[in-house]
Design a protein around this ligand. Sequence first.
Ligand code: GLN
Length: 226
Amino acid sequence: EGGSEDSGDDTLVMATNAEFPPYEYHEGDEVVGIDVDIASAIAEELGMELKVEDMAFDSIIPAVTSGKADIGAAGMTVTPDREESVAFTDTYAHATQVIIVKEDSDITGPDDLVGKTIGVQLGTTGDLYATDIEDATVEQYNKGFEAVQALTQDKIDAVIIDGEPAKEFVAESEGLKILDEAFTEEDYAIAVAKDNTELVDKINDALATLKESGKLDEIIAKYISA
Ligand code: GLN
């Protein structure tokens, strides 16, 4: 089992959404980032070749469950809901959801989000949390950066998004800040088809090797300065 129709058994097909720097983003025609480097190091450990398929974030789990992709690697948070559809490998990164606001905003923490208009990337955990906030209006965007642009244009009051892309998007924008108080703590892992325990085991072994050798830290340090 596994492998997409147009690739052989020695190809590891990775579904991702390259709108999430520094984990996956476009550099010219190429998709690069932490997840791409980790997946390619895993593929190397497995004696396979990595093929990256870029798609909408909410298409990644369907791609994995249907067998179109072998793995989903997209800064994807392990959630009980997703665990109903896919298996997750061991985690490889710790993350937070943060709140981005205008520099002059009166929003100082999660409690101030009640009744506000909040931008999120469709289908992400930020989307999930925003939906739980009392009387909040949630605006869903296809790309995280589109939510940040809407904030710059005063169309919304805040954005809930993962901490690392938040830093990159705020650096590329004017007049925005990230609130000190993080919204939640999360862990990223790679999604695999539920019945493919063999691949989960192989990836976990490869991840352990990469953790031990220091290669994983090296990849992360290449993209995130401490
Ligand atoms: N970590 C978030 C999630 O899993 C966002 C991931 C993403 O946008 N690529 O929902």
